[in-house]
Design a protein around this ligand. Structure first.
Ligand code: ZN
Length: 91
């Protein structure tokens, strides 16, 4: 028996992140601080559930995003990313 953990894709983070962002950020582009890969949040590897999410680069494994939702406060840690770009819907 192994203890191997299989991540979900980043699309599963859209629900928890919707508490923080008013638009759907699963299509937001993140540039990895480890390898420079540029891709949508939906393409990151998601570990964790509910209150604690960790999203890793599928290329190099660098943690690009951490989200801790304590209820009244949401903590967003982007230190593993160079940049996150969110395209807003225009009226
Ligand atoms: Zn990377």
């Amino acid at each position: 028996m192994t203890d191997e953990v299989h991540p979900l894709d980043g699309n599963a983070a859209a629900g928890p992140l919707s508490r923080l962002f008013t638009s759907d950020v699963s299509g937001a582009v993140v540039v990895c601080g480890g390898c420079g890969r540029e891709g949508a949040i939906a393409t990151l590897a998601l570990y964790g559930r509910d209150t604690g999410l960790v999203l890793r680069c599928p290329t190099c494994g660098t943690v690009n995003l951490r989200v801790l939702d304590t209820g009244p406060t949401i903590h967003l840690d982007l230190r593993g990313s160079v940049r996150m770009s969110v395209r807003l819907a225009l009226d």
